[in-house]
Design a protein around this ligand. Structure first.
Ligand SMILES: [Zn+2]
Length: 348
């Protein structure tokens, strides 16, 4: 009995009356009553000792070892003594134990919320069954939805990127504090206007990180003109990769000469030992070929033309032109559109 008293949600407010254990169904029921003699009217805050009646509340609580625990809580109804108050009778509040009208104790609800927050709906249900805290998927999601957002300062360094609400159809924007690595806000779309509006409402961002999207660029310039815009790590690496590729592909002849020189002896031939000759024609073609391949890969993954254009920072018309060719066209779309015909350099 003494041990059970230690297990109560708030032993200083409750008095344990008796308990009942069903070994077959692994259920324990304990009956407790509130020992408060004074209560405060929730409407006018007047203190009162005048009891109207008692009634029982049934609350689900944290499991005790392998037993599911139900608490039968006897609480009092009090008269409000303030004649000007609209509330004549009220039920005593036990804020450390249970919220008004709730059917599970506060500590049990907190544990369900923590599991739901960590795992989401379906996974939380599966783990909950193992931990003897069974609840439905909707219960977990409902508890998470009721949480209030924590107070948050406007971040100094803000990362902006898009995410799919429905892949290929609907996208939102996620804002991340790059110093704490915590998400700050989710915006319903990825338009310049929505981003600018958020930035205006949260002044103080000094550095903004983004992809190559023109919409984000415009939104940042409008919403936080003082902030410095930088490429995010992914796009920085992508830029580096493209630049290296550009540099190396322009030196094909040099590498061939190195390959030819290597079998002649053990001496290592370095690229700078050979004459470096820039070959812009090959470089541009390689760049376009890479873009062409990226466009087709994204299309196979189910992305729409405008999404591909947004992601790669290209015009929609260029994406459409690339998609309309099953093999890489040996001309530059922008030149073709202007009616300049085939690129003579590329056909050398
Ligand atoms: Zn009152």
């Amino acid at each position: 009995m003494k041990l059970l008293e230690y297990c109560l949600p708030d032993a200083s407010t409750l008095n344990l009356k008796h308990w009942d254990l069903d070994a077959e169904s692994h259920q324990m029921v304990i009956t407790v009553c509130s020992i408060q003699t004074v209560a405060c009217c929730p409407l006018c805050q007047t203190l009162t000792r005048r009891v109207h009646s008692r009634y029982k509340r049934t609350l689900k609580d944290l499991p005790l070892a392998q037993f599911g625990l139900t608490i039968m809580l006897e609480v009092c109804k009090f008269f409000c003594l303030n004649e000007a108050c609209r509330r004549r009778i009220f039920t005593e509040r036990l804020p450390t134990i249970v919220a008004p009208w709730a059917r599970r104790t506060r500590r049990y609800a907190e544990q369900l919320t923590a599991i739901g927050l960590s795992l989401g709906g379906s996974a939380a249900v599966r783990l909950g069954q193992h931990l003897n805290v069974a609840a439905s998927r909707n219960t977990f999601l409902h508890l998470i939805a009721r949480l209030s957002f924590p107070e948050m300062d406007t971040p100094r360094m803000l990362g902006v990127d898009d995410f799919a609400l429905r892949k290929g159809h609907q996208y939102g924007t996620i804002l991340v504090d790059l110093e704490t690595h915590q998400p700050v806000a989710l915006l319903p779309d990825r338009s310049a206007e929505t981003l600018a509006e958020w930035l205006k409402a949260h002044p103080g961002v000094e550095i903004l990180s983004r992809d190559r999207s023109k919409a984000y660029k415009r939104g940042m310039s409008e919403g936080a003109p003082e902030a410095i815009q930088v490429a995010d790590r992914f796009h920085l690496l992508q830029n580096l990769e493209e630049t290296l590729e550009k540099a190396f592909k322009g030196q094909v002849q040099v590498f061939r000469r190195i390959e030819q020189a290597q079998p002649l002896g053990n001496a290592v031939v370095t690229p700078w030992a050979c004459e470096l000759t820039p070959q812009p024609t090959i470089t541009k073609r390689a760049q376009r070929l890479e873009r062409y391949e990226q466009v087709h890969i994204l299309q196979q993954q189910g992305y729409r033309i405008q999404d591909i254009a947004h992601h790669l920072g290209m015009g929609k018309r260029t994406v459409y032109t690339y998609l309309s060719h099953e093999t890489f066209p040996e001309w530059q779309p922008s030149i073709r559109r202007r009616g300049s015909g085939l690129d003579p350099v590329l056909h050398n």
